[in-house]
Design a protein. Structure first.
Length: 254
């Protein structure tokens, strides 16, 4: 096993990653083993508390922000958290470890992992994309106004099955919420994890604020009839008009 990355976070706790086999190659199952380490007391184990029905949410993306996985590494007897994954192709991947240590605020560590083989990515997003299809569902974001930094952003999600709109009551809870939203800034790769609410006119509504302008890749995950659906979008957030001061109301970890 090999110590692959030193994550960066604002707390004295960091998630360390080991992989087996050491050289990660595409198309073969890789075991990822994570251990939360407290740098001020190196030998002391770190206990994680459950948030949204899991102690550890792991988001894995390729460098082009097109290939997406949301996994939940499981606690082992030695205090590590393990999960298996198969990377589709060579190149750089971003792993976001989203967790909350006991007696500490939640944190997201970003870990970069290189998978052996030729790098080949899909094209990076260059424009807004507000519709998606997954399985037999069509999803659209009905923006009421353009998105700007510092302003309250409202994201209403319309979900249709074969042309028929779904109601919030037709969605089952997924990880304790009506849906989960993961957003990654295209350029600096900042991470946001938002828990939207059930809407009345549409099944899912998210409220947030954006600190930075630019394109954001976004994934929504929700449960219909026991199946988890994932759909991706790209949001275009413009700089605030008239120099509106930026206010940040969501938990956001660099």
């Amino acid at each position: 096993m090999n110590h692959h990355a030193h994550p960066v976070s604002g707390s004295d706790i960091q998630m360390h990653l080991l992989t087996a086999p050491e050289a990660v190659i595409p198309g073969k199952e890789t075991l990822l083993s994570f251990k939360p380490v407290r740098h001020t007391v190196p030998g002391r184990s770190v206990t994680l508390v459950q948030q949204h029905e899991a102690a550890f949410h792991l988001i894995v993306l390729d460098a082009s922000l097109t290939w997406f996985r949301h996994l939940h590494p499981e606690l082992q007897a030695d205090g590590s958290y393990r999960v298996s994954i198969t990377f589709p192709r060579g190149g750089h991947y971003l792993l976001y470890a989203d967790y909350q240590p006991e007696d500490a605020p939640s944190v997201t560590d970003r870990i970069e992992l290189l998978v052996a083989g030729n790098e080949s990515y899909a094209a990076v997003a260059t424009a807004e994309k507000l519709t998606a299809t997954t399985g037999n569902l069509s999803i659209g974001i009905d923006l009421k106004a353009p998105l700007h930094t510092g302003a309250d952003a409202l994201l209403p999600f319309r979900i249709e099955r074969e042309g028929k709109p779904l109601k919030a009551t037709e969605l089952s809870p997924y990880l304790g919420a009506v849906a989960h939203l993961i957003l990654i800034h295209r350029d600096d790769k900042d991470f946001l994890h938002i828990h939207p609410q059930a809407g009345t006119d549409v099944p899912v509504v998210a409220h947030t604020q954006f600190e930075k302008a630019g394109l954001y890749r976004m994934w929504i995950q929700f449960n219909v009839d026991g199946r988890v659906y994932t759909a991706d979008f790209t949001l275009d957030v413009k700089e605030a008009v008239h120099g509106t001061p930026v206010q940040q109301h969501i938990h956001h970890h660099e």
